[in-house]
Design a protein. Structure first.
Lengths: 259, 276
């Protein structure tokens, strides 16, 4: 029993220490970000790896989520005789919630894990130590461009996810189930509010993007430089980002829409 | 307190520990300008740690490390980075950037620290690659290189900025005899041609002593022997003799501390082994 408590305490201590390091890392990273912006070529490279290469999974997932929303929404709405509101249901679900949240989860799995593994392997093969000894700060050369690219990519990917999802809902609702196309679009136009829905959705995706990329670069930088250490860090990136995104989503939704 | 002008490196009363394990205990040594110093000792004596302390990647608990007239651990971040531009380091596994070609790896410090025109960068990189015999490998990626070639590329990169000091971390480990010969010759000829000071961390006794001007043998956090290779080879200390001649048993026992043999084989398995 005592041993169990001790183990629990040790785990909690480790988690708190990691949380502390996560924030200290951010404090040392922030001053390095401007020099990342001064090197656009490195940021563009990372935009390609982090953003463009994530588009495939984001677009396909967005389409399927839109298709499912169309099917489910239609089934429920027809019982109330308001199938013409399908467009609003699909659009609001995506813009307010599913777009930012699912994109962030997919982003953690696709890009976050890759960044953690890459930085972790650079650490374990002494590439980061080598840079330091060449008087090149790895925070500026390696971490900052990835952080900036991730921060820029995430809201754009979330916007694509939502846009493709709305089209997916359209294909199902209008194309297959006979909802009036005019009603689908006009309801979206009249009921989706720019500030209330779209801006809040963009804020969410910005916050999720920052958190996801912050965790990914930190875990890579902080990992134990062994094969096992890198593998654990990669897992932690996906798990911790998912938990952080879902937790933050609840808090932000409560602040934005219900209070 | 400043340092003796003839020495590029002075280490004074250095104490460093990892956790509760003492790595260096009041260690002092000096390396004269223009020389090759071999730091030798068995695995785990902290030879690589010493290089990291000289490069400012680690902080000592006590003591001072002076490089080229400055106390490394009193420098601010920017000053330390300025000092590192005058140091080259060859890591044990090369530490080449895997996403860049051989050419770009060697050009990396120039691109980061200078605004030289592309044609000059090209000339400088090809000169350095030529010096290590790999001008023809400029377009290869690090994954395509053999271990020995990777180390030579890393060596070319370490001297790209024309440093005053080059630190070699186990450059001979795992190399075939031909590569070994090439590396030994390169380290000596680069040191003399470029007027460098070199620190060679190694436990390959024959290779290190063949090119070193000065040898330091470390054990238990202290210098146990120092002097010219001949002095150290002729040392009276049984420990130094065992190390230099590679004898399997001696003051450093062959066996890791263990309970008596008979008791271990005939007795019960310990709790830990049972649960495993």
């Amino acid at each position: 029993m005592i041993r169990l408590l001790a183990q629990l305490g040790q785990r909690a201590q480790e988690a708190l220490a990691r949380l502390g390091r996560l924030h200290l890392f951010l404090v040392s990273l922030l001053p390095a970000l401007p020099s990342g912006l001064l090197r656009p070529r490195l940021v563009v490279d990372q935009l390609f790896h982090i953003g463009v290469l994530s588009m495939q999974i984001i677009l396909v997932s967005g389409l399927f989520v839109g298709l499912v929303l169309g099917l489910q929404g239609y089934n429920i709405l027809t019982t109330f005789g308001s199938a013409e509101s399908l467009g609003v249901v699909v659009a609001l679900s995506l813009v307010r919630e599913l777009g930012p949240v699912i994109t962030a989860l997919l982003f953690a799995g696709r890009a976050g894990s890759a960044i953690t593994a890459e930085i972790g392997l650079m650490k374990s093969t002494e590439q980061l130590g080598g840079m330091e000894m060449m008087a090149v700060d790895p925070l500026k050369r390696v971490v900052a461009p990835r952080f900036i690219a991730g921060f820029i990519s995430m809201p754009l990917l979330a916007a694509m996810f939502s846009a493709v999802g709305v089209l997916g809902g359209y294909f199902i609702g209008v194309g297959l189930l006979g909802v009036d196309p005019g009603a689908y679009w006009s309801q979206i136009e009249s009921r989706v509010d720019f500030h209330e829905d779209i801006v809040n959705g963009v804020i969410k995706s910005l916050v999720f993007g920052a958190v996801a990329i912050w965790i990914a670069v930190f875990e890579g930088f902080d990992c134990v430089p062994t094969a096992e250490g890198v593998s654990r860090a990669t897992t932690r990136t996906v798990v911790n980002t998912s938990l952080a995104v879902l937790g933050l989503d609840f808090i932000m939704t409560a602040l934005m829409f219900n209070v | 307190m400043s340092m003796d002008g003839d020495n590029l490196i002075e280490i004074r009363n250095l104490t460093f520990r990892r956790g509760s394990k003492v790595i260096f205990d009041d260690l002092s040594l000096a390396i004269p300008r223009g020389s090759i110093a071999a730091i030798m000792g068995p695995s785990g004596t902290g030879k690589t740690t010493l290089l990291k302390l000289i490069g400012g990647q680690l902080r000592p608990e006590r003591g001072e490390v002076w490089v080229d007239g400055v106390n490394v651990h009193k420098l601010r971040h920017a000053e330390l980075y300025e000092l590192r531009k005058r140091m080259g380091m060859l890591f044990q596994h090369g530490a080449l950037l895997t996403d860049l070609s051989v050419f770009e790896n060697v050009a990396f410090p120039l691109r980061e620290h200078t605004r030289l025109p592309e044609s000059m960068i090209r000339d400088l990189v090809l000169m350095k690659l030529n010096a290590v015999g790999l001008r023809g490998a400029r377009d290869m990626m690090p994954a395509e290189l053999s271990g020995g070639m990777a180390r030579r590329v890393a060596l070319a990169r370490a001297i790209t900025m024309d440093p005053r000091l080059v630190m070699y971390d186990e450059p001979f480990t795992g190399q075939d005899p031909i590569t070994l010969g090439v590396l030994v010759r390169l380290i000596r000829s680069l040191n003399d041609a470029l007027g460098l000071t070199s620190i060679l961390v190694s436990h390959d006794v024959a290779e290190a002593t063949s090119i070193a001007d000065h040898v330091y043998v470390l054990a238990d956090g202290k210098v146990v022997a120092s002097g010219s290779p001949e002095d150290v080879n002729g040392s009276d200390s049984p420990w130094v003799r065992q190390f230099m001649q590679g004898l399997p048993d001696g003051p450093v026992p062959f066996h890791y501390p263990a309970p008596p043999l008979a008791g271990d084989f005939l007795g019960e398995a310990s709790g830990k082994e049972k649960s495993a």
